[in-house]
Design a binder for this molecule. Sequence first.
Ligand code: NAD
Ligand code: CXR
Length: 261
Amino acid sequence: SNKGTTDNIKAVFEGRCWDYDVTKYNDLLPRIDADCNVLWDKFSQAFSFRAPCAVKLSSYEEFMSLAKQSLPANKVMFWSGIFSLAHRYSENGARFITLEDTMIGYLANSLTWCGQESPPGINYSSCPDWSDCPTEASESFWAGASATFASQATGNVTLMVDGSDPNKPAYRRSSFFGKYELPNLAISKVQSVNVIVAHALDKPKIEVCGNGSLALLKKDVTARGLSFTCEDDPDAVLHLLCSDDPASRECQLATAHQAGS
Ligand code: NAD
Ligand code: CXR
């Protein structure tokens, strides 16, 4: 087993919430009506005073319905297997809005929590790893968050995936994206899924648009009646990667202005 519930989780959660309300995403996303202490009560009631794996998918429903926000068209971005680059690119909502920019994802991101039956109802010393609980319990929060987020999306949506991971395909039907986001895109509200396949610099491009799991993704997207586009390493993303590794071979940009001078 793992580390326990994040220290001072109630204060961290409520502090994030009040801060979000006042200073975060003011021009990008709507404010929440519910008070932050009410959100904490609904969130914590889902798991506290219960055995750590005894949390159903439906447990967080009331919290989700109080905290969900409408989302601007064409700005929603999903990611799978590539947290860091996706968030550097989305730029806190400036380019795209990820789940972690919305109140629901913002409150919970990078926190650990689990319950216990005895007081105080929250286990601060050890929580099971998600792979130690039945699927439903390990997925209960992020499955609901992902489904809520995807069902609010409109227009063209973006997905970033990792085409360089030797251990897992870029698209997996078993991922949160595959299980809870793609199936909740509303055909009446979403037009297209635009996929960005990112590849680590100087590493083999294991998966590219049109092949392997990306062909399966195209099939799954178009079967839902949505349009599909796919691009490997768009310049805007490549240049972000290059900012961390400018000496890499793929980052040696042509310098036409010097030629012949
Ligand atoms: P992924 O494989 O990169 O997994 C995302 C995160 O979920 C990882 O940090 C992983 O450690 C954790 N995870 C994996 N399987 C889990 C499980 N069974 N139970 C609990 N946690 C698990 O990509 P994915 O599965 O496609 O999920 C990413 C998508 O889903 C994003 O679009 C995002 O909107 C949403 N999501 C976000 C988080 C988060 O922690 N912020 C977690 C899950 C899902
Ligand atoms: O150990 P994992 O999540 O399951 O992460 C697996 C890998 C990491 O090694 C890392 O490469 O996935 C990547 N990753 C991040 N870079 C990252 N940054 C923030 C995964 N999760 C990241 N987070 C947030 O922290 C996510 O919301 C994630 C939470 C827990 O991180 P942890 O390292 O335990 O759910």
